[in-house]
Design a protein around this ligand. Sequence first.
Ligand code: MN3
Length: 338
Amino acid sequence: MLTSIILMFYMITATSQTAHSQTGPFTLPALPYAYDALEPAIDARTMEIHYSKHHASYVNNLNAAIKGTEDEQTSLEDFMLYAGEYSDAIRNNAGGHYNHTLFWNTLSLKSLFDPASEVGKAVIATFGSLENLNSLLSKAGATRFGSGWAWLILTTDRKLAVCSTPNQDNPIMDVSKERGVPILGIDVWEHAYYLKYQNRRGDYLSAVLAAIDWSAVNRNYMEAQHRPLMKSLERITWSELKAFHEVMAQTFHPSEEGDLAPIRARSGEMYEKAVALQNGPVPLSFNNAEIKKAISDLVTGSKELDVMVKKNGSDKEVTAKLDQLHDTFHIIQGLCRH
Ligand code: MN3
């Protein structure tokens, strides 16, 4: 009883602190080890400044950038999935926060590469050996001009790939050419190595590649397969769905205002996009009976709508059919973001 009262008091206190926080919704996560834990690969002074100054700044600047706006409710992952729609301050600091959190959590001197682990098997199947992967990561980091990151990602077709991004971008972002869920990231900003390695970025890369926490990377690899983030990436990069969505949005929304001219002009196009959606590849997270039925219903329904429009059907019946198609579309798409 006393325990639960204390716990309740603690929860109320904690909640009110959050609600009245002056620092915003994002917080600097605890570093999972001491500053000197990665010596000699990464020296304690570099680690201290990198974490307590640089990472902390990204968190503080992100909070400042969204303070008093509706983006105080936006998730870190949404800032990245739609980075191109946000200010540079949000894009850079949200990326900085996410990237460094991943970086700290995938470093350790104790956890070696295990070829029998799930990610170990995938690394060998994809790259032939850990050495080959390390040389690709090293090259990605060494050839990144200026500041940025080297990445090992899981793509939407569940393949491992190596890439790099500039500044604090990452492969989740819509501004990135190569996209996927990062399972390992290496910071190649000068602030990550300059105190110890000065201009020798290659030496830093060799040292840090020998300090990867492969059990953490294995966990990231396993989780990435089924994360909501992966499903979001699959949906966003599903080109046939995007093409259908465009016609739906540009015809349905006017119809809500009583304007049926767009759907009367584009019912044939909507049918074609539905057929293309049915004939195209369906991303893994969407490959189930419910989604396949919804796609099939879109084809049937948009065909009926097109016939109706070509027979000059009434506004009432065209509107009802389009409403029905719109509901079916949202079974696949989920709720719209805005
Ligand atoms: Mn950094």
